[in-house]
Design a protein around this ligand. Structure first.
Ligand code: GLY
Length: 304
């Protein structure tokens, strides 16, 4: 185990979600540049992380903000997002609807007396502080939903370990479930190290697909999908129901804090999961920056 001392320079790592095509790496690079530009402007790694994730939320290819997956009713979008840094700022939103940039809302929650706002209250807070509503649902989102319904009708579990029929059994929408591909569990995220040793993390997701109304994944749960402390910052992506069981981001952070090389800590985190459970991680520590996943995961990195 190595002990870290003086931090190195600026670093940002972004990811576009485990299971997403590597062809989307350009979007991750754009997000990293957006974060880097913001850091040059304000010198705050949290601003950088939020700016990077906002770039993802504006890119309809990713399951966050504008590109979020539709709920099983084919009409509802519920999103989770979060931020955390070493200055004690912590904020998250869960199952929020009709907000264009949930990560900006999560950042605003950190300035309230609370750390997590959910549902209608989160949406009302967004309106109160003047955040814009979501953009209209796109044809690519509807097409993804059609494919998902086809897959749910098949015998291959869309969510590993879960019988597809359970979604029908526990259906909680008013509209009928018409089972006549494409699961999603992706998150987007960014981790940032400032040269002064401060760290920040931000993440955003349209949630998993399929999911019941009101479902919350790892992205809104501190220690599960995200964590930042004085030794670094970690963000996870994958099926939230599996990630929360391991408190993955906090577990990986703990190993980094103990002095484990960053890549080894990331690999150890990924090894906690069965191979059919998609999971990915990004992290920065005082001296290192990296990413690891058990499936394709577009990422980008800038280090100075
Ligand atoms: N990792 C995103 C989710 O499960 O909601």
């Amino acid at each position: 185990m190595q002990k870290n001392h003086k931090p190195q320079g600026f670093a940002i790592v972004t990811h576009g979600g485990v299971g997403e095509p590597l062809a989307y790496t350009d979007g991750c690079a754009r997000a990293a540049r957006g974060g880097h530009d913001k850091f040059r402007e304000t010198g705050d790694p949290l601003d950088a992380a939020v700016a990077a994730v906002t770039v993802f939320e504006e890119d309809e290819r990713f399951n966050a903000g504008t590109g979020s997956v539709l709920g099983l009713d084919g009409a509802t979008i519920e999103m989770d997002a979060s931020i955390m840094d070493t200055r004690g700022r912590l904020g998250a939103v869960a199952t929020v609807r009709n907000v264009r940039n949930p990560v900006v809302l999560a950042r605003a929650v950190a300035d309230t007396p609370h750390v997590l706002l959910a549902g209608e209250g989160a949406e009302r807070f967004a309106r109160a502080i003047g955040l814009p509503p979501s953009r209209p649902i796109l044809e690519r989102q509807r097409e993804k939903h059609r494919k998902l319904l086809e897959e749910l009708a098949g015998s291959v579990p869309v969510m590993p370990g879960i019988d597809n029929r359970l979604f029908e059994r526990f259906w909680n929408y008013k509209t009928p479930l018409q089972l006549p591909a494409s699961k999603s569990c992706d998150t987007v995220g960014a981790v940032v190290r400032a040269p002064d040793g401060h760290f920040a993390v931000a993440g955003s997701t349209g949630g998993s697909s399929p999911s019941l109304l009101g479902r919350v994944g790892d992205t809104a749960i501190v220690g599960a999908g995200f964590y930042a402390g004085t030794a670094g910052a970690v963000a996870a992506t994958g099926i939230g129901e599996h990630i929360v069981r391991h408190m993955l981001a906090r577990a990986v952070y703990g190993w980094i804090e103990e002095g484990m090389p960053l890549q080894q800590a990331l690999q150890r985190g990924i090894a906690l999961f069965d191979k059919d459970v998609d999971v990915g991680l990004i992290a920065v520590s005082r001296h290192e920056a990296g990413a690891c996943a058990n499936k394709n995961m577009p990422t980008a990195r800038i280090e100075e």
